[in-house]
Design a protein around this ligand. Structure first.
Ligand SMILES: C[S@@+](CC[C@H](N)C(=O)[O-])C[C@H]1O[C@@H](n2cnc3c(N)ncnc32)[C@H](O)[C@@H]1O
Length: 392
């Protein structure tokens, strides 16, 4: 999706001036007032429970969903009606849109590339601020791109909206002063850096299989590299090629699987639930998904944390009940010892003084990306535990 956590939706309000999110900096406030979000929301949307809401049948509900300071779901399963209900496009949460536009730090005359046009609302905000001729947006889904072009034209904007895989940027209109992605990546494509002028910025939601994610702000240098730090807590849907595999615990953790049993004093609360800790663990332990399954109501405090690597079929379970307070059973199956990897990464994070997300950064070069702590010269080296390194 495209919001910040925890997701308690606020309401923007009914009047036009109330369409301006509180997070919008002064120079953006008239732009938000001029470009109402509702003009870009399709007639068919979905609510938080994935129930369809049609504007012609339930106009008040539709309007109420659009007015909230929350993402509006505008497509499921890439438009495939027989899908599982995966959110594949949304109009981002207004507060997050405003925060990201503030972080983008644009000035008059700048040229911007946006990845993930979606409804076209953010594209319109950029076009209203910088002029349509300075805005290029790339959307991978042809139906969404066509709808966004129509909404933009109806609102009087004519930016370039390309139907393409935005992981390649859009070299035709490069160089850009700013690149902004409104879908999350695990690897920043070098094309985004290469198509940005030296001194320019690349702003993208970034995460790992274990943790999605934070906002990454890269400064592009004269040597063709980009580097910068992680910051705000934002939860965006992945770009299509970066999606983590679907599938349930039942499909991955089978009764016939052999597993080793052990116990640990480590409670999942911090390694899995703490924002900074789980971000750091995700940097150290690649391709590890996690899911929490409660036996009943969450308040009963009976649950199992599953760690899974679909590529190797490895999994670990980590059982918490009130009776087992202080000693938790762990089972591990497969080539990767996922709990051991997580515990080693946790110890590393504690040993490093429990650094917050904003002490971590990332550098992108022609050869790929690497993460670092405090400074690009202190990369986060490979973990010390023994384990295979599956391709990501
Ligand atoms: C959160 S939505 C974008 C929200 C949008 N900026 C708005 O204001 O409505 C993410 C969008 O990224 C698109 N997307 C996903 N992968 C992409 C890719 N590789 N290239 C371009 N667009 C992509 C999705 O189809 C989706 O429409």
């Amino acid at each position: 999706m495209a919001g910040s956590r925890p997701g308690v939706p606020g309401v923007l309000g009914a009047s036009d001036s109330a369409n301006v999110p509180g997070a919008a900096p002064p120079e953006w406030r008239p732009v938000f007032a001029r470009v109402p979000r509702a003009s870009f929301i399709p007639a068919v949307i979905w609510d938080d429970d994935r129930r369809v809401v049609r504007r012609d049948r339930e106009p008040d509900r539709w309007a109420a969903l659009v007015r909230r300071d929350a993402p509006v779901i505008t497509q499921l399963d890439d438009g495939d009606a027989s899908g599982r209900g995966y959110v594949s496009s949304s109009a981002s949460m207004p507060t997050v849109v405003a925060m990201m536009l503030a972080e983008l730090d644009v000035a008059d005359g700048m040229r911007v590339l946006e990845i993930g046009t979606g409804t076209g609302w953010n594209t319109a905000l950029l076009a209203a601020r910088l002029g349509s001729e300075n805005v290029t947006s790339v959307e991978i889904d042809p139906a969404l791109a066509a709808a966004a072009r129509r909404s933009l034209a109806d609102a009087g904007f004519r930016p370039t909206v390309a139907t393409a895989d935005g992981m390649a940027g859009w070299p035709e209109n490069a160089p850009y002063d700013r690149v902004i992605a409104t879908a999350a990546v695990q690897r920043v494509p070098y094309a985004w850096v290469a198509q940005t002028r030296p001194g320019g910025l690349v702003l993208t939601p970034w995460g790992t299989a274990f943790h999605n994610g934070t906002l990454l702000r890269l400064r592009v240098h004269g040597d063709g590299t980009g580097s910068g730090r992680f910051g705000a807590d934002v939860g965006f849907m992945w770009t299509r090629s970066e999606r983590t595999p679907h599938g349930s615990v039942e499909e991955r953790v089978l009764p016939e699987h052999d597993s080793d049993a052990s116990t640990t004093e480590l409670h999942p609360y911090e390694p899995v639930g703490d924002f900074d800790a789980s971000f750091a663990i995700g940097l150290r332990v690649p391709a590890m998904l996690s899911t929490v399954v409660h036996d009943g109501p969450a308040a009963d405090n009976r649950f199992t944390v599953y760690l899974m690597d679909p590529a190797t079929g490895s999994w670990a379970s980590w059982r918490v009940t009130p009776e087992t307070h202080g000693s938790y059973q762990v089972r591990q199956h497969g080539r990767r010892r996922l709990f051991a990897e997580l515990a080693a990464a946790w110890r590393w994070w504690e040993g490093a003084g429990r650094p917050g997300v904003d002490r971590f950064g990332l550098t992108v070069t022609r050869d790929g990306q690497y993460t670092w702590l405090d400074h690009p010269e202190t990369p986060i080296g490979p973990p010390t535990d023994e384990r295979p390194h599956p391709p990501r």
